[in-house]
Design a protein around this ligand. Structure first.
Ligand SMILES: [Zn+2]
Length: 238
């Protein structure tokens, strides 16, 4: 059981339920079974609220916080609390929608916190017909045909997200530097810089300048999802 708290009340919780349904039983090769408990509020939460909620609900269990760049400015505070309480961070810049888009195509170019172009590309991406009305009239669910469209493209999304780490403007960010092993709640101190470097970005790569990027791939690899394809993409990149 792991707890994943998120900013939004629709897209991310829907996606986490999809992971449970599609992969939660594990498989007979190497993937263990898991159950994600999504943690969210009806009207959403700020990034620091997300970290706080994950910390409280998870107690001693594994906890993750999913949040975006596009809306809030209390991210440094969120990172501080996450590092103190060992809540894993899956940060997306500009938004979680980038993670969805990477299932269908690669993406590049700084967006300065705006999710507009990412959403536009998602609506028009090849194979993403189910997303053609995404985020119109507040329709940001990830259910039904949208889940079907994502299904089996996880390896591709992981590969595209890894390559965004490698092409980060900092230059010394490297997806092979990402860390997945669980860190206990009572482990020794981690600084905010080293904690967010678990994403593969260099410790001196400021999180707000990781534009564009998404750490959600690290949650999937931590769960053993598409580990083999992730390995294959490492070989290609390596
Ligand atoms: Zn970086």
């Amino acid at each position: 059981m792991l707890y994943v708290a998120c900013e939004g009340a629709s897209t991310e919780p829907d996606y986490l339920e999809y992971l449970n349904e599609r992969f939660g039983e594990g498989d007979d090769r190497k993937r263990r079974s898991f159950k994600i408990q999504p943690v969210f509020r009806k009207n959403g939460m700020t990034p620091s609220g997300v970290v706080e909620a994950a910390r409280k609900v998870a107690r001693e269990d594994e906890a993750w916080a999913l949040f975006d760049r596009d809306q809030w400015d209390d991210i440094p505070q969120a990172i501080r609390v996450a590092a103190e309480s060992k809540v894993e961070v899956a940060f997306s810049h500009p938004s979680f929608d980038l993670w969805l888009l990477l299932h269908f195509q690669p993406f590049a170019g700084a967006q300065s916190g705006s999710s507009g172009l990412v959403v536009e590309k998602l609506r028009r991406a090849k194979g993403a017909d189910a997303f053609k009305d995404y985020d119109r009239r507040g329709d940001k669910n990830v259910r039904g045909a949208r889940r079907d469209a994502l299904n089996s493209k996880e390896g591709r999304a992981v590969k595209h997200a890894r390559s965004l780490v490698g092409s980060c403007a900092r230059g010394d960010c490297d997806p092979d530097g990402a860390r997945f092993e669980p860190v206990g709640r009572d482990a020794g101190p981690w600084s905010p810089r080293t904690w967010t470097a678990r994403s593969g970005h260099a410790p001196d790569c400021p999180i707000l300048q990781r534009d564009p990027s998404t750490d959600v791939w690290r949650l999937l690899v931590a769960l053993g999802i598409d580990g083999r394809e992730a390995d294959a993409s490492r070989d290609e990149n390596g």
